[in-house]
Design a protein around this ligand. Structure first.
Ligand code: FEO
Length: 431
């Protein structure tokens, strides 16, 4: 006798269909678009499998709200999907969490199609809003500015606003529906990952995209991430609906916790109670290296400063970015070659825009043969990044003498002392 067995494989995940909205919660639909062919975002981000521009519709007993729109080129698809869940004359409310064109591209057309809808923006958005509309034939109509604590009643569905500036532009905010514990988080908790199964428990493995997105979009605003988390962490969360990538319905809290881990920095507690000074150098014939070693020697004389020395000749600068993010000061040395600092130094300096370095202590140094431009160039870049450079850089001709190495030691001492001196005493010294 043969026994028949039934397959227990789970049903395949539903996929987004053209022109059809996807219900993500009771009365809430995803009406965004897929952009699977995108290979770079904002010019600088790689998007290996594209992205999505997520827009949502919330239906209440008293009104219908559209949360964010999509990139302009995708407007026809967006409107088709929107029309599958509401008519334009039902739309009472348009909430824009973030005015970057990937979310506001279809806004002018939506305002034309639903002229009665009232627009809600964050309190820091009006200038951008007007600038966005100035090249269109849409006149900025009445709009309401909201801030943390503002809310609006759609009838059984409340939209509560939380300002999260710089995540990722100054105007950004999140919108929360308390009845559903649903957070429309804008760019926050998003990622560039296009998968038409939509939900995080159905799409492919997007962990890399989530981390990559954080590193490039949020990490430069680390302090703002921490401030934003203070607002968002206390919320009950059943669902996070970001502006890019999967809708996070399985363990949404995990993504909030991951942001905190990333924003706090994994290296923070490695050097407790000490200031950190990182000295990077590259050297052709050993002169700039000897300068770096002398600066380190001088700095080490100061109690309470952990000094580290790194040779940039290793080529790959990426391991240093985490270190610099958590350091208190950096000094960078390069010889001048063909009137310029060397490529590894520029590789390092051009990577610093992805982290918060403003206000850190900085210095530059280097040996040169006849023109010696490198030190001033490095100083300009460090100042451009808003580091604080209280001491003139050191540039020494060819091989340093003992006297010149003593100057390097003195620079190290001054840098270390600056790190350990309380700000009010520094201010008194400068006065
Ligand atoms: Fe997805 Fe900052 O725009």
């Amino acid at each position: 006798m043969t026994t028949m067995t039934m397959s227990t494989s789970p049903a395949p995940a539903a996929r987004i269909q053209p022109g059809r909205a996807v219900e993500i919660a009771d009365g809430v639909h995803w009406v965004g678009v897929l952009d699977p062919a995108l290979r770079s975002f904002d010019i600088v981000l790689s998007t290996a499998n594209g992205t999505t521009y997520n827009s949502y519709v919330v239906r209440g007993e008293k009104g219908v709200a559209v949360i964010d729109t999509v990139k302009e080129a995708f407007a026809p698809e967006f409107f088709k999907r929107l029309e599958s869940v509401c008519s334009y004359d039902e739309i009472t409310t348009i909430v824009i969490n973030h005015l970057e064109p990937d979310h506001s591209g279809a806004l002018p057309e939506l305002m034309k199609r639903a002229p009665q809808a009232h627009v809600y923006l964050s309190s820091r958005a009006p200038m951008m809003f007007k600038a966005l509309l100035k090249s269109t034939d849409v006149t900025p109509s009445a709009f309401t500015l909201v801030k943390t604590g503002s809310s609006l009643d759609l009838g059984g569905r409340t939209l509560a606003f939380y300002q999260t500036p710089f995540l990722h532009w100054p105007d950004t905010q999140c919108t929360y529906v308390p009845e559903l514990a649903l957070l429309f988080s804008g760019d926050v908790f998003g990622c560039h990952f296009c998968d038409n199964r939509l939900f995080n428990d159905k799409v492919g493995d997007f962990r890399f995209s989530f981390e990559y997105y954080y590193a490039h979009i949020m990490r430069p605003f680390r302090q703002h991430v921490l401030t934003g988390l203070e607002l968002l962490e206390p919320l009950e969360l059943q669902l996070i609906a970001p502006a890019h990538g999967p809708v996070l319905r399985q363990n949404p809290r995990h993504y909030v916790q991951r942001y905190r881990e990333l924003a706090e920095g994994r290296l923070d507690d490695q050097v407790v109670g000490e200031k950190t000074l990182l000295i990077f150098y590259i050297s052709a014939y050993g002169a700039t290296r000897r300068m770096a070693e002398a600066i380190a020697q001088g700095a080490e004389e100061e109690e309470g400063v952990r000094v580290s020395l790194y040779d940039l000749e290793v080529g790959d600068v990426s391991p240093f970015i985490d270190l610099i993010e958590t350091a208190d000061g950096i000094a960078i040395g390069s010889p001048t070659i063909n009137g310029d600092a060397t490529k590894p130094v520029w590789d390092l300096l051009s990577s610093l825009h992805t982290i918060h370095v403003r206000g850190k202590l900085g210095a530059a140094f280097g040996s040169f043969g006849w023109s010696g431009e490198a030190v001033a160039m490095m100083e300009d870049r460090l100042k451009g990044l808003r580091l604080h450079l209280p001491f003139d850089g050191l540039r020494l001709k060819l091989v340093p003498t003992e006297e010149e190495l003593a100057q390097c030691q003195e620079l190290g001492r001054k840098l270390a002392r600056h790190l350990t001196t309380p700000p009010d005493e520094l201010f008194a010294e400068a006065a």
